[in-house]
Write a protein that binds this ligand. Structure first.
Ligand code: SF4
Ligand code: SF4
Length: 93
């Protein structure tokens, strides 16, 4: 089981110009701007669960990590976070 990132619209301030998660995500086209909502959104099948976006969003805490059902590819909200890939943790020190 692995984690993917999830953006909480109520905390994301992308409409004020924040793009930190989009800039720092090491995977191309994985966190995108939803131009209708003006919020960041994660493309679940592309996310590697590295935690880096969660680290760079620590001021607003708009991103949480959640396991994915590997059969269906769906995010399991409310489930305990699994082991991270470690990249973001390395950045966090
Ligand atoms: S870093 Fe956080 S607040 Fe900024 S765009 Fe990404 S999710 Fe939104
Ligand atoms: S967890 Fe890593 S790969 Fe997934 S969206 Fe965040 S920065 Fe990108």
């Amino acid at each position: 089981m692995y984690n993917v990132a999830y953006v909480h619209d109520d905390k994301c301030v992308a409409e004020k110009g924040c793009r930190l998660c989009i800039i720092y995500c090491p995977e191309a086209d994985t966190i995108m701007m939803d131009l209708e909502k003006m919020k960041a959104v994660v493309v679940i099948p592309r996310c590697k669960g590295c935690d880096l976006c969660k680290v760079v969003c620590s001021t607003h805490n708009a991103i949480t990590m959640h396991p994915v059902n590997q059969s269906t590819g769906e995010i399991i909200m409310g489930a305990k976070e699994g082991e991270a890939a470690g990249l973001g943790q390395a950045y966090a020190g």
